[in-house]
Design a protein around this ligand. Structure first.
Ligand SMILES: [Ca+2]
Length: 315
């Protein structure tokens, strides 16, 4: 595996993404020396381990050969030292442990690719409801390796979440952390694998080069429509359909629910920004009345627009 070089050497945390859209945190702090800190907006990050699904994922790198070093933690901070959640290395770079709801996991053996082998590693804690039982998983790298345990009943604790140490302090991470993401939902193993190995961004040109049965040379412009299905090549690229096969599926689906229209379409390209606009007169178009749900990149997502004027808006 190549060494992952994190290119944005800024320190701090940002809540660039509001609750319910993407991750609550998407923070980059790939500094040479990482300094522990308490992120802002702690109330967003205070999950009840037996009532709320959540995911915490972060890239880590360390040269430590021993020590109880903490990736992140939230605990009471005072006696009896109980723990809401924690991810840490337990005295050897071959062992990773999670705590959730004051329940300690068994150590995850990562000796095949130890934490201190010079590489960046992805560590992910997922809390999810399995039938009627809250369970936790600590995943390593692409998620093929994980340890699972029943989430404890410890509940919320008053101590603040700290990145790079426990709330109490005294067991700081010795190395680097980057690309911390905290989600208000349970990510699946395939989603974790996609975080670990993001799908490559395919350009419009390289997409054509890789097509089986591509359109003729003169029909490969962004505004050409060689299969006469009403979708120009650029839209076929954006939606992931075939530009030379009018039966290839994936075209937007429009539905109506009361006065609201919804539009579902595949976001096939990670490198594109998709924007849905609406119009009451098919002349002036705006995104102002459109609610876009962008949680599921590369999957079918929905956008909807409500008509306030009595006229049905067009998407
Ligand atoms: Ca077409």
């Amino acid at each position: 595996m190549p060494i992952r070089s994190k290119s944005t050497p800024t320190i701090g945390s940002s809540h660039a993404f509001a609750c319910g859209t993407r991750s609550l945190i998407a923070a980059h702090f790939a500094a040479a020396t990482f300094s522990r800190f308490f992120p802002a907006n702690q109330s967003d990050l205070d999950f009840d381990p037996r009532a709320e699904p959540y995911t915490i994922s972060v890239w880590v790198r360390t040269a430590a050969t021993s020590g109880y070093t903490t990736i992140l933690g939230k605990d009471r901070g005072v006696s009896p030292w109980d723990v809401q959640y924690r991810l840490w290395m337990v005295n050897t770079p071959n062992q990773l442990q999670g705590v959730n709801g004051n329940q300690w996991s068994s150590s995850l053996n990562v000796s095949a690719a130890p934490l201190n082998n010079g590489q960046w590693h992805l560590v992910t804690l997922v809390n999810y409801l399995d039938g009627a039982t809250w369970r936790s998983r600590v995943y390593y790298d692409n998620g093929a390796s994980f340890t699972q345990f029943n989430t404890g009943a410890g509940g919320r604790l008053p101590g603040l979440l700290r990145i790079g140490d426990t709330t109490q302090g005294g067991n700081p991470w010795r190395g680097q952390l980057d690309d911390l993401r905290i989600y208000r939902r349970a990510l699946t193993q395939p989603e974790i694998a996609a975080l670990y190995n993001p799908p490559p961004v395919q350009t419009f040109t390289s997409w054509f080069a890789g097509l089986v049965n591509p359109p003729a040379i003169g029909q490969r412009g962004p505004n050409d429509d060689p299969d006469f299905d009403g979708l120009v090549n650029l839209l076929e690229y954006a939606l992931g359909t075939h530009p030379n096969n009018s039966t290839s599926h994936g075209a937007p689906i429009i539905d109506r629910n009361g006065s609201a229209l919804s539009l579902s379409y595949p976001r096939a390209r990670a490198g594109l920004i998709y924007t849905v606009e609406s119009s009451a007169d098919m002349i002036e178009w705006t995104g102002a009345n459109v609610i876009q749900d962008t949680r599921l990149r590369r999957k079918v997502i929905a956008a909807s627009a409500s008509s306030s004027s009595g006229n049905e808006d067009k998407l």
